[in-house]
Design a protein around this ligand. Structure first.
Ligand code: ADP
Ligand code: MG
Length: 554
């Protein structure tokens, strides 16, 4: 072809292609899952663009219904996947397919385990799905036109996956993308209607657009948004594969919540708690949690209007029947319907967490380990739900030697010693550091449990929003004079009395020596094995003291 140009794949892309062709064969059916998933994304993106941007003047606008078509040609030995989604310009093709190693590529290669099953699960996660076409194809020809561009701006990409690809300009009347796989020798068994149907049903049933195999034929997949289907029709497996489609996370979710609410506002929630924290959980603004749909149509990713920050670990879909399709983030902010959905979603999620905590403590422990630090922020951020969140907190404590955070405030209070009227805690840079603190000696000796708080957010939580629980004050064991309340014994009272007489001279000398460094030097009964310890006045947190002491070289 006169206008054809040949380009070399970037090294990492070439490496992946080689891997696809040679190492992932035992799971080869996933090629279709990946290409259908891209087609589905392309259709979603087209809808999103149409909702969020005015149509450019003079642009074509085909209003045909979204669809994904999978066909095969036995004689030619090809499988074709076509969509009428957003399509790609020449630039898009160059950027997305081929030359430039996309951000996930290098990471994908690093993460490979050599286990074919696992590795093929990773493909979708790292955004290298398109290349999976080369598991079964010896040559791939992709033809596309970006929605909004003229028919003459079509583009054709083709490659045998061996280091180079060719780009040429073509005429293409319809928008969207068509991918033709020229199968390798020996792949003829895929050229079979029944075989392809079963792959589609296995991997792509939850895709919300219809996947058709022949003109005017009924969709092969369910082709309805999964969340819109009645719960009774859905299996655990359906939820899991939908979760995977949504997140590219190959670990099953820990739990999910699926409710359709009808009343003043009508909406559906399908929310998943992942089993592992994503790498960007602590990156502010990085939220790829929950997608807003309006009557099935994907509108936007939530950036905090639908769910509060402290629930940002949730993934899933919220579908509202009350919002206008051209909704913007600004409109969301002031919307009554959104406010209603927000508060109802929070309530339901906290209820789900409580159920997990009560009935499936192991699952809850797994949840807490991954997301406890995030959920805790709700104590400060969400006063109306503070009580519910407080019940969900888990701490490490001196009761056991493990570092497991498995003690709730309720447990703690239930086993408080007779006469104990405070909940004691120690704040330290980590629970491990707290466990060896001399402040604990007297509490250990008396058999009083102390909560060991080791996360940065803990200091903030106990110093402000969470002052007491069930009427019991939270008290740091490192602040102020030792205060055992009614638990003080005779020896301690006596020691206090003797401070003035027996030890007055020693205390005086120490005070003079530490002038300017210590406010006071006191006799204590809180230590059993250490000779001395540093105590703060009630006003500052232990963290600040530790920092200042480090700074002062003491
Ligand atoms: P991912 O889907 O995770 O981004 P892929 O390797 O599957 O990674 O696809 C790479 C990119 O190529 C997509 O992000 C998209 O920009 C583009 N692409 C692939 N298939 C299509 C398609 N059918 N229509 C439009 N763009 C596509
Ligand atoms: Mg993909």
């Amino acid at each position: 072809q006169a206008n054809a140009e040949t380009y070399a794949f970037q090294a990492e892309a070439a490496q992946i292609l080689d891997l696809m062709a040679h190492s992932l064969y035992s799971n080869k059916d996933i090629f279709l899952r990946e290409l259908i998933s891209n087609a589905s994304d392309a259709i979603d993106r087209l809808r999103f663009e149409r909702n969020s941007q005015p149509e450019p003047a003079g642009a074509e606008r085909d209003d045909d219904a979204p669809r994904i078509r999978v066909t095969f040609d036995k004689d030619a030995g090809t499988i074709t996947i076509a969509d009428n989604g957003i399509g790609m310009s020449r630039r898009d093709v160059m950027d997305n397919i081929g030359t430039i190693a996309r951000s996930g590529t290098a990471e994908f290669l690093r993460t490979l385990t050599g286990d074919q099953r696992r590795d093929s699960e990773l493909i979708g996660k790292f955004g290298v799905g398109f290349y999976s076409a080369f598991i079964v194809a010896e040559r791939v020809v992709l033809t596309s036109r970006r929605a909004g561009l003229p028919a003459s701006d079509g583009v054709r990409w083709s490659s045998d996956g061996k280091g180079e690809y060719t780009l040429e300009a073509v005429e293409r009347a319809e928008r969207g993308t068509t991918i033709v796989l020229e199968l390798r020798e020996g792949e003829d068994e895929l050229l079979n209607e029944h075989r392809l149907r079963s792959i589609i049903q296995r991997y792509s049933d939850h895709i919300s657009q219809p996947i058709v195999m022949e003109q005017d034929e009924a969709p092969v997949n369910q082709a309805s948004a999964l969340w819109a289907r009645p719960k009774s029709e859905l299996s655990e497996q359906d939820y899991h594969s939908y979760y995977r489609h949504l997140t590219n996370d190959f670990a099953d979710p820990l739990a999910h919540l699926h409710t359709k609410v009808e009343g003043r506002y009508e909406y559906t929630l399908l929310l998943f708690i992942p089993s592992r924290a994503p790498h960007n959980l602590w990156v502010p603004q990085a939220r790829d949690g929950v997608r807003l749909h309006i009557r099935r149509v994907f509108i936007l990713e939530d950036s905090g209007q639908l769910l509060p920050n402290y629930l940002r670990f949730l993934r899933g879909v919220i579908d509202s029947a009350d919002l206008p399709l051209n909704v913007s983030r600004e409109i969301l902010q002031g919307s009554q319907a959104v406010a209603h959905i927000h508060s109802s979603a929070v309530k339901r999620v906290l209820k789900l967490l409580k159920e997990l905590a009560d009935n499936q403590p192991e699952k809850y422990a797994a949840f807490w380990e991954q997301f406890g630090g995030v959920l805790k922020q709700g104590i400060a951020d969400d006063p109306p739900h503070r009580e519910d969140i407080t019940e969900l907190l888990r701490f490490t404590s001196t009761r056991s030697d493990t570092q497991a955070a498995d003690v709730s405030l309720r447990d703690y209070v239930a086993r408080m010693k007779e006469g104990q009227d405070k909940i004691y805690y120690l704040l330290a840079p980590s629970p491990a550091a707290a466990a060896t603190s001399p402040h604990l000696e007297a509490f250990r000796a008396k058999g009083i449990e102390v909560l060991l708080l080791g996360e940065a957010v803990d200091g903030f939580v106990v110093s402000g929003p969470l002052r007491e629980y069930q009427g019991k004050q939270l008290q740091s064991v490192a602040q102020g004079p030792p205060d055992f309340g009614d638990l003080a014994d005779e020896a301690e009272k006596e020691a206090a009395d003797r401070a003035d007489s027996d030890y007055a001279a020693l205390l005086g000398r120490l005070k003079a020596h530490l002038a300017g460094k210590a406010w006071d030097v006191r006799l204590t009964s809180r230590l059993t094995t250490s000779p001395a310890c540093i105590v703060t006045d009630g006003a500052e947190t232990d963290f600040t003291v530790v920092q200042r002491l480090r700074g002062s070289g003491l």
